[in-house]
Design a protein around this ligand. Structure first.
Ligand code: SPD
Length: 285
């Protein structure tokens, strides 16, 4: 008998993404969420949190390269970096490609995500034990509160605005993130899909515009995410993201699969329908 088993992530019961499953490697319930690792024919191993795709072996590079290299290259000399969420380790791996980085703090609420990723997703979690990395198993909403003027970059590699991730999408949290940045510090957050998660994208954009002076969304494909088209948003007090450190970018792009300098120069081009979404979100009461 040949089993024909598929995983489907539904998006508002109107559409979804389906992957043919060849095995279930891990299934468990942590204090915060359901964690699964499945083996798929199309994307290799897939990490699911509460039944939603967080990362896959084959397309993780789009996401992790974009959340890391765009903000880090916009900063002239990022030394101290805070990664919020990011328990699979992909953002750590990319951040460590920047020679100026001296210390990375990872603040992940769910230690089980880290353990499972180390065991089942070694190509993604491979640098989590690097000596530059200090891991805090804590809620970032609390962790950030007394951090003032200390980070060069904060990368918010969160889940969707559901369950344990909800507090990472509030005005109060973003204000605390801004206060944790040094004067020319930079922040990038994953900000959902402007196609499949329009409501969330608009709301996040509105919140960020209420807090930061520089707010610039950018976009790339992530084939296994809702809409297959994802957004991150660059924010800062003063630093502009289009100007990047050329020498470091040349070094970084030797080992990237998506990021390069041409992508960097083009990535802040906003499609017209997204411009409309943003304009409406900024004027909405
Ligand atoms: N809908 C999926 C959104 C997931 C964003 N975070 C992914 C974490 C990968 N490090």
């Amino acid at each position: 008998m040949v089993l024909d088993v598929w995983f489907t992530e539904k998006h508002e019961d109107k559409q979804g993404i389906s992957l043919k499953v060849s095995g279930i490697l891990y299934s468990g319930q942590s204090k915060f969420q359901k964690i699964d690792v499945i083996e798929t024919e199309a994307y290799g191993r897939v990490l699911l949190l509460d039944g939603l795709v967080m990362t896959t072996e084959k397309d993780e590079f789009f996401y992790h390269e974009m959340i890391s290299h765009i903000p880090l290259l916009a900063h002239p000399n990022p030394e101290r970096v805070l990664i919020i969420g990011g328990g699979d380790g992909g953002t750590i791996r990319e951040t460590l490609k920047h020679p100026s980085v001296k210390k990375i703090e990872l603040c992940e609420i769910d230690g089980d995500v880290i353990d499972v990723s180390k065991q089942y997703l070694p190509s993604i979690a491979c640098k989590m034990d690097d000596p530059k990395v200090e891991t805090h198993i804590k809620d970032a909403v609390e962790y950030i509160k007394d951090k003032k003027n200390c980070f060069d970059a904060v990368l918010i590699d969160s889940t969707d605005p559901l369950g344990p991730g909800v507090g990472l999408f509030t005005e109060e949290f973003y204000t605390n993130v801004q206060d944790s940045l040094r004067e020319n510090g930079v922040m990038a957050a994953q900000t959902e899909s402007p196609i499949a998660c329009r409501k969330e994208f608009k709301l996040i954009n509105k919140l960020l515009n209420g807090v930061f002076s520089v707010v610039k969304p950018y976009f790339a494909p992530v084939p296994t995410y809702p809409g297959s088209y994802w957004s991150w948003t660059f924010c800062s007090k003063v630093t502009q993201p289009e100007i990047y450190d050329e020498n470091t970018a040349i070094e970084v792009e030797k080992s990237t699969k998506y990021y390069n300098r041409e992508i960097h120069r083009a990535v802040f081009a906003v499609p017209n329908y997204v411009k409309n979404l943003i304009t409406r979100s900024q004027t909405a009461k």
